[in-house]
Design a protein around this ligand. Structure first.
Ligand code: 5CU
Length: 383
């Protein structure tokens, strides 16, 4: 039985849920008038449609989103030994500047305490190997709306001192203008200096108009924003980093891309070709510096990819682009639960990913074991 590590698994700690309950604009949690109905989570822009009755907006949210014991049960059910938990989107992006630092410290300390408590209970003497118990580690959240970037830098440095934190999770908006914003340089420098992995995760998708407006989202629900909007958002964000020379200035930056890099592995050749043919760049006679390193080099040196892509075609692209040693199993729990509501069954979203990984590597047991957990244990130094 190989070690299985889930590097893509989210939580909304109870304090965060309470904060969302106090809000009336997205993101917010709404408690329906009928107390037998589950609370509703409204986080995606397409959910916040005033033509939908408020008791039906967004999605029902159960204890799997905020009760760590439910996650432990989920881990047990799916043979997962270790989860690297992270605050779910939209993290702390929406907070007033004066609130951001306080909430980042509160959430990160809460997550650290949860990991410590669970790990102590699973292995009081600290003698068991990783595959012999259930263990939690975490990615921290950043106070990106804080008044100055040094507050973010200080939190990155503080996270380094928390025993179970292994990097940060971050969305694509950065300080508000995307990830090619040069004001992010001190933050990239701090991540590089501390060798903290940045888990880059989508939230904002594409404008609803890209999918046909609210009529389409009313008809097709979350399919277009989640299946297409999320991966394209990630692809655009990391490509803007590349074009702005972030990986030239910070060559030791480590970035884990959600959903197998969106579409980056598939589009890398096209991105590279467009860069080579772009007259604006100095290399072609223009006046914009442009990226100095190739997309392929960055993919194999700076980028890690999760294996949350639900099919062998996507996994093969990820493997070819970044390498089997940079691919990491994940579940996206508690999102994509089974809709039949039956407790105790395996989740199809998870079994589909397990099957894709096994199919992609055929009989190569060592590669399967690396993707399922060996890579994560090595890259994140999980002990
Ligand atoms: O289903 C969803 O909306 C999501 C989400 O918001 N975040 C995520 O990580 N996965 C699915």
């Amino acid at each position: 039985m190989p070690l299985i590590v889930d590097i893509h698994t989210h939580v909304y700690p109870p304090a965060y849920m309470e904060m969302l309950r106090g809000r009336k604009t997205i993101p917010y949690v709404h408690d329906p008038a009928d107390s037998n109905e589950a609370p509703r989570l409204i986080i995606l822009s397409s959910d916040d449609d005033p033509s939908i009755p408020i008791d039906q907006r967004g999605r029902p949210v159960d204890s799997s989103y905020f009760d760590i014991n439910v996650k432990l049960t989920f881990m047990r059910r799916h043979g997962i030994h270790c989860s690297v938990i992270s605050l779910a989107n939209p993290w702390l992006d929406f907070l007033e500047p004066s609130e951001a630092q306080k909430w980042a410290q509160l959430i990160n300390d809460d997550i650290e305490a949860t990991c410590a408590q669970v790990n102590r209970a699973a292995d009081p003497k600290g003698t068991l190997a990783l595959h012999e118990k259930e263990t939690l580690f975490a990615f921290g959240a950043l106070p990106l709306s804080a008044p100055t970037p040094d507050i973010v830098v200080n939190e990155i440095k503080r996270l380094k001192s928390l025993p179970h934190l292994r990097g940060v999770i971050m969305g694509t908006s950065g300080l508000g203008n995307g990830l090619d914003d040069s004001r992010l340089d001190p933050i990239w420098a701090a991540l590089e200096e501390t060798q903290s992995l940045m888990f880059l995760h989508p939230h904002y998708g594409l404008p609803d108009e890209a999918f046909g407006g609210t009529e389409a989202t009313n008809r097709y629900g979350h399919v277009l924003p989640l299946a297409l909007g999320f991966p394209l958002e990630t692809t655009i964000a990391v490509t803007r980093m590349l074009l702005a020379g972030v990986f030239d200035r910070f060559p030791r930056l480590k970035v884990l891309l959600a959903h197998s890099g969106g579409t980056l592995p598939f589009l890398a050749g096209r991105i590279e070709s467009c860069i080579h043919h772009e007259r604006k760049f100095v290399a072609n006679g223009g006046d914009v510096v442009g990226p100095q390193r190739s997309v392929w080099d960055v993919l194999k040196t700076n980028i890690y990819l999760d294996a949350v892509v639900y099919g062998t075609a996507g996994l093969n692209a990820a493997m070819t682009a970044s390498g089997t040693d940079r691919l990491l199993f994940g579940t996206d729990h508690p999102f994509f639960p089974p809709l039949d509501g039956k407790e105790g069954n395996e989740w199809p979203s998870v079994t589909t990913n397990y099957k894709a990984i096994n199919d992609a590597f055929d009989t190569e047991d060592a590669s399967v074991a690396a993707v399922l957990g060996g890579n994560a244990a090595r890259i994140l130094d999980l002990h």
